[in-house]
Structure formats: C-alpha cells, structure tokens
Design a protein around this ligand. Structure first.
Ligand code: CA
Length: 517
C-alpha cells in the first residue's frame, strides 16, 4: 500500500513539470494590410520578401486563409476571441471599444502556464487584457517617432516605428521574459497600413523602376453590383498625404530633410506636368505602390532580425513562427486601394506557419481556414481547453498534414463599415473552393462569381440560368452558415451601427481620419 501511494505521489509531482517544459513557444508576427500578392512566397510579381519567405521555406503556406470582416480592428478582435464581429462587439474601426473582460485566448494561455506578450499595433481602444507584458501604439500609431504605451505608461520613441516595434520585441525576448516558461509573443506591425510612409533608408528602393500594373487597374465595373462602382477607395481617391505631396507632421529635422530631398524634386516635376485622366491614375498608382512596398521592405528586414535572433539563441528549435496580416489589400486591383470588399485580394489573409518537427518544410495547404481559427490553434498548441463558444477550429491537424474529413467546405463573411471613410456598401457572403456569393443586403443586389473561370471577379453570373442550381445551393448554404455562426438578424447590429454612423458624421474630419482608417 505504502509503495502504491509513493508511486502515485511521484507521478503527480513529476507530470506537470514534464508537461510545462515540452510545450513550444509561439512567435506570432502580424502586420496590417499586407496582401498575399505582395509576398514573394505567394508568387508576388512586384516585390521580394526574403525573410517572410524563410518562414515558408521551413514551414506551411496556407493558400486559402480568409478574414470574416476585412478591416483592422474587427480582425484583431476576432483573433483574440475566436468569434466573429457580431459576437465580439467590434464591427468597425474606432466606433466600438473592445470589451476586455470577455474571454480571450491570451487569458486562457496564461492560465495554462504561458507567458503572454504583445508589442505594436493594438487598435482596440481599451487597454490589452491577458498579457504579462504589453507595449502598444496609441490608436492607429504613426510611422515616425511613435508614442507607445507600455504596461500603462506612455512614452515617445524616436526613430522609425517598424524598427522600434522590433527593438521592443527583441528586448522582451532577450531580457524581460522568464526563460523557464513557454511564451507567446505577438509582434504586430503598423506597416504597411495607409499612409505608407517609408523609412528614409528605403526611399530609393524602386526609384527608377516602373512597377507592373494589375490587369484591371482601369476596371469599368460592368457586370457587377452597384457597390463595386459606388465606393471611394479608388486610386483616384488617394489624397495628397497618401501620394506624399504633403509631408507628415511628425517628422524630426533629419527625417524631414531626407523627405524633402527625396520627394521634393519629384513633386515639383509632378506639379509642372499637370497630369489628368489615365496618366494621373498611373502616376498615383506608382507613387502608392512604391511606398507600400518600401514599408514592406523595412518590415521584412526587421522580421529577418528577429528570425536571426531565434536562430542564434537556440530558441528557434522549439518556437513556432507564424506570419499573417489582418486582411488583404487591393494593390490597384479593380482600380482600388484599401480592403473591405469580399473580393479575393481583400478577403485573403497571408498565413505561413513554421513549426519545427511538425510542419513539412516548403509545404502548402489549400483548405478553407479563417481568422476565427487562430485562437483555437494557439490554445491547442498550449494544451489548453478550447471554449465551446469559440467559433473556429484548431489548425493543428492541418499543420501536421492531416486535414479532418469533416473540415469546413465554405466560409462566411460580413462587412459593416459604412459610410465613412470609403463608402463601401455593407454585405455578407459565402465562399467555397470554387464559388462566391455576395449579398449587398441594403441594396437588394447580389453577385456570384465562378472563381475557376473568373479568378479576378470581373463578371458576376448572378441570375445566369447556367448557374441557377449553384446559386440556389449557395443561398441555402449561406443561410445555414448564418445560423451556425448565430448571425441571423443583421438588422439588429445594423440599426445600432446606423446610429453610430450619424454620430460619426458630426465629428470633425480630422478626428474621423484618425480613428477610421
Ligand atoms: Ca488592416
């Protein structure tokens, strides 16, 4: 009897220690508005991202990862909660305050013995909860000399924000964490969000090149719903701040000199040329895309610094590295910039995961996955219980190369932010591996795309008799998804949102600009 009690005691004492030591760390690298088609691992035709590609080379690249509401704050709230906008309360940017008392994966990981840290763009108005360490940009943040709030204390930093976020991340990894506990570090860039202000170090990148234009830069929006045409997110809508005809107010003297030396002569030439029509669109596209890619170049360099540190410190052996972005972005596709629409370029999130010993190097996954799956995946990795009311599913089996036979066959999407700043109409929809059905419900208009025949979504086949059966099936499936995800009455949130829209219209323009974009 004594012997049995002793052996039980040994088991109880030894088991938790083994459990805690074995679990991998997670480095979650997250950016803002980085389209998959501006990553060379995804086949970009316009730039190279050698360090993000390093993660793909050793890991798994997801070809079909999608957001459920293509906007900054909503995507972040979804990742924290594993729930869609109508359940986590963040429908739009800057209009709602994230309720930090709700259940989130970082809190559950802390309970499971993980250290949790967050550095960079937070954008959810309330202070982070569930993090042992956090250092966040104020609101949307700035590209130069940013103000950061670290565990409650505000401090101004000098330099380029992408470098500073990386410095703070490395400082926590090297000096601040407890080396005896596994961690999740959420290393979250502001880049490459509007207004795409590069590090002076990268000003001259692409200077004498012409970046290829997308085929549909001059889209005529024929054969689409009115919403495709009735928006304000076209290359022609880029303002003087976006195109660098005016300098940002937050530059230091040295930065300002570099800025004037670089943009000054080009701006003078532009003023003299008096471009109009297609020539002006082409000029704006080049100005926009080059600055966007320069911001990505800085981010990629900095990601390289962190990957190098993981390698040199030995942490790489037991650290899962993930690269993702909150949604996609239009890079002149359909004549647009920004995101919002359920069209492919905006809907798709890059997702690349390197898990040493688990993900097959250089592998690809084509299953339909979403940002509702991230929280469940982190919890699964930590060995923590996944709450029943989270709406996604752990990606761990997929990362092992074993897709469950009952994996989802369609994804759900719902976009809300109207009118400002881009007048993009509200819509929801369903995407399968081949088709996409979108309901612009305020307009009573639909779009249906056959992505196999029309990958750029230029011709809606809604009400085409050849697609009658598919259309009916998709409508039925859309309804099923709305029931499954408990989004059965869009008029309830919409009436609340419309009241908020009215409030927003009363705010001064400058204040709107800060919170909305
Ligand atoms: Ca974003």
């Amino acid at each position: 009897m004594k012997h049995i009690i002793l052996s039980l005691l040994v088991t109880v004492l030894v088991a938790p220690a083994v459990h805690a030591d074995d679990r991998p760390n997670i480095l979650f690298i997250f950016s803002d508005d980085h389209a998959a088609h501006a990553i060379s691992a995804y086949g970009s035709k316009i730039n190279k991202t050698p360090n993000i590609d390093r993660i793909a080379k050793d890991g798994m690249l997801f070809r079909n990862c999608f957001c459920e509401n293509s906007l900054c704050a909503p995507s972040r709230a979804t990742i924290l909660t594993g729930k869609m906008s109508h359940l986590n309360g963040i429908y739009m940017n800057g209009s709602e305050t994230f309720d930090g008392s709700q259940e989130t994966f970082p809190k559950l990981m802390q309970k499971a013995g993980y250290q949790t840290a967050f550095v960079g763009k937070w954008h959810l108005v309330s202070d982070p909860t569930g993090f042992n360490y956090w250092s966040i940009l104020v609101g949307q943040g700035t590209y130069y000399n940013p103000m950061l709030i670290t565990n409650g204390d505000k401090e101004k930093h000098n330099g380029y924000t992408t470098d500073i976020i990386t410095d703070l991340t490395l400082d926590w990894l090297k000096n601040k964490r407890d080396p005896n506990k596994p961690f999740i570090m959420m290393y979250q860039h502001k880049a490459p969000h509007r207004p795409w202000e590069p590090d002076p170090k990268h000003f001259h990148l692409y200077e004498n090149e012409t970046i290829p234009e997308p085929e549909n830069l001059f889209d005529d929006y024929k054969n689409r719903a009115d919403a495709a045409r009735e928006q304000k997110q076209m290359i022609t809508d880029l303002n003087d701040k976006d195109t660098k005809l005016v300098a940002p107010p937050d530059l230091g003297p040295k930065q300002r000199k570099a800025w004037d030396d670089f943009y000054g002569p080009m701006n003078q030439k532009f003023e003299e040329e008096h471009l109009t029509g297609d020539a002006l669109i082409r000029w704006k596209y080049q100005r926009y895309i080059k600055d966007y890619l320069r911001c990505i170049a800085s981010m990629d360099d900095n990601i390289g610094r962190v990957l190098d540190y993981l390698d040199q410190s030995g942490l790489a052996k037991n650290t899962i590295v993930i690269y993702s972005s909150d949604q996609g972005f239009f890079l002149g596709d359909h004549g647009y910039f920004d995101k919002r629409f359920m069209y492919e370029e905006s809907l798709r999130m890059p997702l690349i995961v390197k898990w040493p010993g688990v993900t097959k190097p250089g592998s690809e996954n084509h299953d339909l996955v979403q940002n509702i799956d991230y929280a469940e995946t982190f919890l699964d990795i930590a060995g923590a219980k996944i709450p029943d009311d989270m709406q996604g599913r752990s990606l761990v089996p997929l990362l092992k190369g074993q897709t469950p036979s009952d994996w989802r066959k369609s994804i759900y999407y719902h976009y809300y932010e109207l009118p400002s700043p881009h007048m993009t109409h509200r819509h929801y929809g369903i995407r399968t591996d081949r088709y996409k059905l979108i309901d612009y419900y305020d307009d009573k208009q639909w779009e249906l795309f056959d992505l196999q025949k029309d990958p750029h979504e230029m011709h809606s086949v809604y009400d085409d008799p050849n697609y009658k059966r598919i259309q009916d099936d998709l409508k039925a499936e859309l309804k099923e998804l709305q029931e499954k995800y408990k989004d059965t009455n869009p008029d309830v949130p919409n009436s609340v949102l419309r009241a908020k829209d009215k409030e927003k219209e009363k705010k001064p323009q400058a204040e709107q600009q800060k919170t909305n974009e």
